[in-house]
Design a protein around this ligand. Structure first.
Ligand code: ADP
Ligand code: MG
Length: 474
């Protein structure tokens, strides 16, 4: 297919016309973001950045990613209930990483008190790249799994329509008809609605815990509106609102100014910068409550990069998912090489290997949200500086994935229209609900394709690097 768009890419006039149609279609479809200049209001908005053309994705790998999603849901849920594993795995990390340590302290505190929460809701997104590898056969490789605030399920529910129209404008009607339907917003809302229902109070609301600056509000509104359509009330609150208005009753039901909260859906809370002392107190209050947290603090910890790295150790998946050999095989088949930098001989060896050949690896701290990883010369410099100090245990090392680039146009407001060499990252949304020990819902809820120019090593859509895309299966 890469060949399929070649004719289009060479025709400058056709590209210009299609880009104008594409931008208006995105605005009409609601593929929107608030602007950097006016992030606090919706008077002036713009389209969220996206590709002009859908990007090629190998069909077999796309299907593989969907087929393993329920397994990943099961795995994350199992980890979140395994105190011994989380304790052992994060022991070295929390000695040096203050943020993870503070999350971990809340985790231990709520366990000691005893959980009031009985219904559990997980919304995650497992992200992959397609590694071309040495033999030239592309392989699905997991980049990470996001267990908190996995975004763009809302906006991407509308990008397929935009790309379908663009292909038609470009004379590719047959190709347009092959784009797959995709509606993560609905899938996520179904999970939230199920958790709300099992919580069992008609009057209680769903609370979206949102950032101070909400540029990506429309993505969240897509999910909110699906809930309103089901006659479930939604409120949007920040940590500081929780600090000011939140309280627990004797059975630890959560109230915001007298209104009971059934589900807390975090779209915030994954970076250290948002937590001042008050916000930490607010977080603790939420975690102690009976409300369904999406995710609870254990599930947030299950999404750390240190956990991801430990999962790749021989025998670890078998311990976590006993009796699920097929799920384990499917999960393991997506792993890239992951390496611990814990103190000791194993860590010494891999640190030396990475310093000798930095382009083979990515160095990752325990952070989310893009722009934190280190590559190439910078990786080498940092590792040389910390290789003999305990600080290195706050990082993990990962094999660098090398996808096959494809040409595309990245449409961004106020940016010139120019062709770029691009690589894509596929995310699959997972949703599950557990009541006590019984998993009552476990599904893949749709996909997200994000594409960036090859010169950027890191960063997502919110970070201003990647743009929304639609897979075109080959
Ligand atoms: P974050 O939690 O910040 O999103 P990620 O692990 O997803 O962290 O890394 C951010 C970005 O860095 C990814 O979206 C991807 O573009 C790039 N990246 C991460 N890991 C690798 C890897 N192993 N090989 C190549 N690129 C990677
Ligand atoms: Mg990521």
């Amino acid at each position: 297919m890469a060949a399929g768009w070649q004719d289009v890419l060479r025709d400058a006039a056709a590209v210009r016309e299609a880009a104008a149609v594409a931008v208006d279609a995105a605005l009409l479809a609601g593929v929107l973001m608030r602007t950097g200049e006016q992030p606090h209001a919706s008077d002036v908005v713009n389209y969220a950045p996206f590709t002009l053309l859908p990007s090629p994705v190998p069909r077999a790998l796309f299907e593989q990613a969907y087929a393993v999603q329920q397994d990943f849901n099961l795995l994350v849920d199992a980890i979140s209930q395994n105190k011994e594993f989380l304790q052992q795995t994060l022991a070295s990390t929390i000695k040096v990483d203050d943020f993870t340590a503070r999350l971990f302290r809340i985790y231990m505190q709520v366990l000691e008190e005893g959980l009031a929460q009985t219904v559990f809701l997980g919304i995650n997104r497992s992200d992959y790249m397609f590694d071309c590898g040495l033999e030239g056969r592309a392989a699905l490789r997991q980049i990470e799994i996001n267990t908190i605030a996995a975004s763009f399920g809302g906006l991407t529910s509308h990008t397929t329509d935009v790309h379908r129209l663009v292909l038609k404008v470009l004379g590719k009607t047959e190709e347009a008809s092959q784009l797959l339907p995709n509606n993560p917003a609905k899938g996520l809302a179904l999970g939230i609605a199920k958790a709300w229902q099992l919580y069992g109070s008609q009057r209680a609301v769903v609370m979206f815990l949102v950032e101070e600056v909400q540029r990506n509000i429309f993505d969240q509104r897509c999910v909110e509106n699906e809930l309103w359509n089901r006659n479930i009330r939604v409120v949007r609150k920040r940590f500081r609102d929780v600090f000011e208005q939140g309280s627990l009753d004797a059975s630890r039901r959560l109230y915001m100014d007298g209104q009971e909260v059934a589900v807390v859906y975090y779209r915030e809370g994954y970076v250290p910068q948002v937590y001042n002392q008050q916000n930490w107190e607010a977080r603790l209050l939420l975690e102690r409550s009976r409300a369904v947290k999406c995710p609870d603090i254990a599930t947030q910890l299950a999404g750390t990069k240190k956990v991801q790295q430990e999962l790749s150790r021989p025998g670890m998946l078998e311990k976590l998912l006993p009796g699920h050999p097929e799920a384990i095989a499917r999960i393991r088949a997506t792993f890239a090489g992951l390496y611990s930098l814990d103190e000791g001989e194993e860590g010494d060896r891999i640190a030396a290997a990475a310093i000798a050949d930095p382009d083979r690896f990515v160095l990752k701290p325990q952070r989310e949200g893009g722009g934190n990883n280190l590559y190439g010369e910078e990786l080498k410099e940092v590792l040389e500086k910390i290789k003999d100090s305990p600080e290195r245990t706050s990082y993990i090392l990962m094999d660098k994935i090398r996808p096959q680039p494809a040409l595309n146009y990245l449409l961004r407001a106020h940016s010139p229209l120019q062709v770029s060499e691009c690589i894509s990252e596929l995310g699959i949304f997972g949703v599950y609900v557990r009541q006590g020990q019984e998993l009552v819902l476990n599904e893949a809820a749709g996909h997200l394709l994000r594409t960036k120019a090859v010169e950027h090593t890191d960063g997502g859509v919110a970070a201003g690097v990647a743009v929304l895309d639609t897979p075109y299966l080959l």
